[in-house]
Write a protein that binds this ligand. Structure first.
Ligand code: UD1
Ligand code: UDP
Length: 360
């Protein structure tokens, strides 16, 4: 019987990470099953990535949908347990740090199925973030830890991880970016939104920014102060939409709130932006490669390489507007570096590691 690799995806950031891994395993003739947990389900949060990134349609969609952490994680676990019994995968591959990631890892570990974690070892050291809990549990249990950066390797080492489990392979999200870069055209969206030459893009969805009314009120004030300086386009994640709307976020003529964009449209918009304001993990990495200044509205980042090498800086709600002023005055970046192994070949390296695990 040939080996079976089962990929578990579920939320928006999983899809650009999984695409190059699936493609590289397909090229090596490895039988695969693609599972979508259904954690994200809007067309703009899910289907559009399958259409645009050449991902195969999921073989199974568990349709778990939204819910509190316990219920969502449990629903993914229940669905996956049945699937793992049915298909007996030889290896389960999980991506990033979302609830679907940790749920899959818990089930696989208890069933004695080997698990590989793509994007292992990232740490914000902030346990108020659900993602940090998901990362720590996933890395403790996964057999194969595939890392995107040198700091991730160090974190795993500091936690006493067997070095034999750790593989520094680079960043598959950047494979996807480099593969599609020629299709990042800002013009259609620019025309659609009637954007001026200088504009900013913002994405906001972290609980630390959009869940509590006090934070939301402060966020609205600071984003309006930013919009006083330049047009801001906000492809708004569904998480904070209702609370932000109630708090008057939409009530500024130069703050343009739109639905989430497809990957290609979003990256086109980012590519030509004067700067990006974000609390996203992936966007910190993408702006680093595109050379677009990134102001990350968070007290910490699990992706420090985007600061040491890239275009990222951490900002607070009380100094965001000043940082925007400075970035707009400085103009486009002339020089920045690319983190090691963010070279478009991470999917190939990951596939080589996984084939080595399957066929020692
Ligand atoms: C999740 C991840 C987060 C990641 C983000 C990427 C966890 C714990 N969090 O956060 O790490 O950065 O995805 O986007 O896994 N909703 C919709 N349509 C959808 C999906 C969600 O309307 O297709 C709304 C629902 O109201 C839902 C809320 O968004 O309750 C939050 O969705 P959920 O998947 O629980 O968490 P995210 O905030 O999206
Ligand atoms: N993204 C997109 N359209 C949008 C916003 C984001 O295609 O309107 C893409 C972008 O490539 C980003 C990825 O979705 O890196 C994941 O983003 P998100 O911020 O949801 O997740 P995180 O990386 O914070 O977990």
């Amino acid at each position: 019987m040939p080996e079976l690799v089962l990929h578990v995806t579920g939320a928006r950031p999983n899809f650009p990470k999984a695409a190059p891994v699936i493609a590289a395993l397909t090229a090596r003739g490895i039988p695969q099953l693609l599972v979508h947990t259904g954690q994200h389900y809007d067309v703009a949060m899910s289907d559009v990535f399958f259409t645009q990134l050449g991902l195969p349609r999921p073989d199974v969609n568990l349709g778990v949908g939204s819910g509190p952490h316990g219920a969502q994680t449990a629903a993914v676990m229940t669905g996956l347990e049945e699937l793992f019994v049915e298909h007996s995968p030889d290896l389960v591959v999980v991506y990033g740090d979302v609830n679907s990631t940790v749920a899959a890892t818990l089930v696989a570990a208890k069933m004695g199925i080997r698990t590989a974690h793509v994007e292992a070892g990232l740490r914000s050291f902030d346990l108020t973030m659900p993602e940090e809990i998901n990362r720590m549990v996933t890395d403790r249990l996964a057999d194969v830890l595939l890392t995107t950066s040198v700091d991730a390797v160090a974190h795993l080492g500091n936690e006493g991880t067997d070095p034999g489990r750790i593989h520094f392979v680079g960043n598959p999200m950047i494979d996807t970016l480099l593969a599609h870069r020629d299709s990042f055209d800002p013009e259609p969206v620019r025309r659609e939104l009637d954007l001026p030459d200088t504009y900013l893009v913002a994405t906001l969805h972290r609980p630390g920014n959009v869940d509590r009314p006090g934070d939301v009120q402060e966020l609205v004030q600071t984003m309006h102060a930013v919009a006083d300086q330049a047009r801001v386009v906000v492809p708004l994640h569904p998480r904070g939409r209702a609370r932000l709307s109630e708090a008057g976020f939409f009530d500024h003529p130069d703050l343009q709130v739109v639905e989430p964009y497809g990957y290609l449209e979003f990256m086109g918009l980012v590519r030509a932006a004067a700067a990006v304001i974000t609390d996203s993990g992936g966007v910190q990495e993408e702006t680093t490669i595109l050379g677009v200044p990134c102001l990350t509205l968070r007290p910490n980042t699990e992706r420090p390489v985007t600061i040491s090498h890239g275009t990222n800086r951490l900002v607070r709600r009380d100094n965001l507007a000043d940082n925007v002023r400075e970035v707009l005055a400085t103009g486009p970046l002339q020089e920045w570096a690319v983190p090691p192994l963010w070279d478009g070949r991470a999917g190939e390296r990951i596939a080589d590691v996984l084939v080595g695990v399957l066929r020692p």
